[in-house]
Ligand binder design. Structure first.
Ligand SMILES: Cc1ncc(COP(=O)(O)O)c(C=O)c1O
Length: 401
């Protein structure tokens, strides 16, 4: 390629999505006839509940075929405001809500709307792969703060406070977390909130996409419900995980009006209102009932227990207990430096690639989640597949000496 004609620097600097990259490799091996068990993708294996699908069919028949308002249909924004009150103890009006094309889009919108070049975004690690890349696109600076394994991968309020500088604009994290499944308790979030309250120029992006997949007795707590920092918190959520609607692409933010207006302004120039049919389906999802979501949670809990139990039997694996979401995140660093006679495992990238080639089990290396000692294993698969995958992993790593 000519050195004059090339991609923009911002795209050249961007990493490929590791999860999608692994999924592609797994598909290639499957196409060659190998019995690949794909546990790399972060996607429920359930179908979208019928009453939600019916609402989409009705929306087509009722003629919702045109452009929607940029921030979403009024009945959807009202359903989200009602949901926030019902589930999260957060009181926002529909005008504080902007609906976008998935929570991923919502997160990217907020970062682009708030972060100036050179401003710092504190990211609690391990973190979801796209966070740091979104910050990069906005020319912000990611400040990664590591949650320790012994604290179930959670960042302490003290660690957070120590990372704040005059350039800090935003702090972002997901609870329940992808990839660790960790859930921040109400006490932990209140302690973080107390620090935020001392810094009126710092904003919190609370990614609550796994809200309904929470196994703790206390349940989900939203940092946005703390009155003192209400205007500083942007709550992000959507339908993808809890309602098994990944392909429908509906996410939202709930935030102070000036932030919501900024996001709407950006979205008005880039994508316009998101898919009209999906919005109508999401309205039904947010209005409830949530019976199907809770049934799915029970299945994820059973599989969590199954997979964590099996992984803990594998020599050298250090496995935390996920309190939510649908991932296991074992520390596999015990195998770094070991070899099967042909391949030496240097890091989790090698480990994950080796496992795919050796056991035909697709996982994702922890490197791109900011946790290079770990691999992410999705538990959103049939029980038999999970049992078979764990057996293959166990048999394979026994060859590493
Ligand atoms: C932590 C986290 N946030 C956001 C998203 C994106 O959700 P959506 O599919 O609604 O864009 C994901 C998807 O994997 C995720 O794991």
């Amino acid at each position: 390629m000519s050195s004059i004609v090339s991609l923009a620097d911002r795209i050249n600097a961007l990493e490929e999505s590791a999860t999608l990259g692994m999924t592609k490799k797994a598909r290639e091996l499957a196409a060659l006839g190998h019995k690949v068990i794909s546990l790399s993708v972060g996607e429920p294996d359930f179908k979208t509940p019928k009453h939600i699908c019916d609402a989409a069919k009705k929306a087509i028949d009722d003629g919702f075929h045109g452009y929607s308002p940029v921030a979403g249909y009024p009945d959807l924004r009202k359903a989200i405001a009602d949901k926030l009150k019902r589930d999260n103890n957060i009181e926002w009006n529909p005008e504080n809500i902007v609906v976008s094309t998935g929570a991923k889009h919502s997160l990217a919108n907020v970062i682009s709307t708030l972060v100036n070049p050179g401003e710092e975004v504190i990211i609690f690690a391990p973190y979801w792969v796209s966070y740091s890349e979104m910050v990069k696109l906005a020319e912000g600076t990611s400040v990664i703060v590591d949650g320790a394994f012994d604290n179930n991968f959670k960042v302490t309020p003290e660690q957070f406070e120590a990372a704040i500088t005059p350039k800090t604009k935003l702090v972002m994290f997901a609870s329940p977390n992808n990839p660790t499944g960790s859930v921040y308790t109400e006490a932990e979030l209140r302690a973080i909130g107390a620090i935020v309250a001392k810094h009126p120029n710092i904003f919190v992006m609370a990614d609550e996409i796994y809200e309904y997949i929470n196994f703790t007795e206390a349940g989900h707590f939203s940092i946005g419900s703390i009155p003192e920092i209400k205007d500083q918190v942007i709550t992000v959520n959507g339908v993808a995980k809890g309602h098994a609607m990944t392909g429908w692409r509906i996410g939202f933010i709930a935030a102070a009006k000036w932030i919501a207006d900024g996001v709407e302004k950006l979205q008005g120039q880039v994508t316009s209102g998101t898919n009209s049919i999906a919005q109508k389906a999401a309205t039904v999802a947010f209005n409830g009932p949530l019976d199907e979501a809770y049934k799915m949670k029970e299945a994820y809990l059973r599989r969590r227990d199954l997979v964590v139990g099996l992984l803990r039997e594998i020599e050298g694996f250090k496995v935390n207990m996920p309190d939510g979401a649908f991932y296991a995140f074992p520390d596999v660093s015990y195998y770094f430096g070991k070899s099967d006679g042909t391949t030496t495992i240097k890091d989790s990238d090698d480990f994950s690639m080796w496992l795919l080639a050796e056991a035909f089990v697709a996982t994702v290396a922890g490197t791109s989640f900011g946790a290079p000692d770990c691999v992410r294993i999705s538990t959103a698969a049939a029980d038999e597949q999970l049992v078979e995958a764990c057996a293959r992993i166990k048999n394979s790593v026994a060859k590493l000496k």
